[in-house]
Design a protein around this ligand. Structure first.
Ligand SMILES: Nc1ncnc2c1ncn2[C@@H]1O[C@H](COP(=O)(O)OP(=O)(O)O)[C@@H](O)[C@H]1O
Ligand SMILES: [Mg+2]
Length: 309
């Protein structure tokens, strides 16, 4: 897949000297759903605002569809839809007019059929003549998405689309995102919910303290997240893993001085008790036991702690 958004060593220092982005490099693939996961203050909104050309970068480069977001702002912006974190809607405008007006802002000719399609897709058709002020919070969020889609962008940014919304609506949002992906829209969303990234993303980027700590396929990330290793130090080194232990995910390490056991922390049982029993039955004496967490897990533990604080 080709990159639709390319970010090279992006830095942002706000007036006053705070460095909100510390050299972010990232390629976003056409057609993917990328979740940027990070706690409050991580720099997610700053990153999105910079890609969308709303915030100026201090250094580094961003292109969208090959257009530099600073030098060729209009070209880049025409490809982008942005659903901002903060709600910003004119209360007395009718839904359909609000969405149609947004399209006009991009210099696109009026196209009622395109607007109606978007309204239907977001289940706003019945509300097309309602005034924004009459809508529930969830419906208002849909209007924001409809406005962001009004000029038929190729890339949609959703900044914390489900922060503070109820579970029902969150699921609806996820369905909307899946629909858009099926139409070929590239979607970047920020979230501080691990479950949200898990539910909808193809890839997950973890951002904290203005740095992108990792970007990885969701499936791979989730697999690693749920895994821990246990190092079993042996009294006497062994040449090979005994056949009796073939059913375990074991690896011989430290020149036969230790066995490394990988297990899933999200499974029903770790299998450790059974393994230790089978180990002594196989004639191996244990000297010590060490558990290791993947560094990824450390990252997440850190994130979750900060998120809770
Ligand atoms: N306009 C601004 N001026 C100065 N500092 C800012 C400004 N906007 C955001 N920040 C700071 O930059 C950091 C990242 O903010 P933000 O990008 O909003 O994070 P997130 O969206 O991940 O919560 C925070 O410490 C925030 O206080
Ligand atoms: Mg934010």
């Amino acid at each position: 897949m080709t990159a639709i958004v390319d970010i090279r060593d992006l830095r942002k220092v706000y007036d006053g000297g705070f460095e909100a982005l510390k050299g972010v490099t990232l390629s976003i693939r056409e057609g993917e759903i990328l979740a940027l996961l990070g706690p409050n203050g991580a720099g997610k909104t700053t990153l999105i605002s910079t890609i969308c050309g709303i915030t100026n970068p201090s250094s580094g480069e961003v292109t969208v569809g090959g257009f530099d977001v600073v030098e060729h702002y209009r070209g880049a912006r025409s490809l982008i839809g942005l659903v901002p974190q903060e709600m910003s809607l004119e209360p007395f405008t009718k839904v359909r007019d609000a969405v149609s007006y947004s399209r006009g802002l991009f210099g696109k000719p009026r196209d009622d059929a395109a607007i109606d399609k978007i309204l239907k897709q977001l289940s706003l058709w019945d509300k097309r003549n309602a005034r924004v002020v009459e809508l529930s919070g969830g419906m208002k969020r849909r209007v924001l998405i409809a406005k962001a889609l009004s000029h038929e962008p190729k890339v949609l940014f959703l900044d914390e689309p489900t922060a503070g919304v109820d579970v029902e609506l969150r699921k609806d949002m996820w369905d909307v995102v899946a629909d858009l992906k099926a139409q070929g829209v590239t979607i970047i969303l920020t979230t501080h919910y691990i479950e949200e990234a898990e539910a909808i993303a193809d890839r997950v980027g973890v951002i904290n303290g203005g740095q992108l700590l990792l970007v990885e396929e969701k499936d791979e990330l989730m697999r690693r997240l749920g895994q821990k290793t246990l190092q079993i130090e042996l009294q006497e080194p062994t040449q090979a893993i005994p056949d009796a232990l073939a059913g375990y995910d074991l690896e011989l390490v430290s020149g036969g001085q230790a066995l490394r056991y990988t297990y899933d922390t999200r499974g029903e049982s770790t299998g450790i008790t059974r393994l230790l029993g089978d180990l002594s039955a196989a004639g191996l004496q244990m000297r010590d036991l060490l558990t290791e967490q993947s560094s990824l897990e450390d990252i997440f533990v850190g994130l979750v702690k900060e998120g809770a604080a």
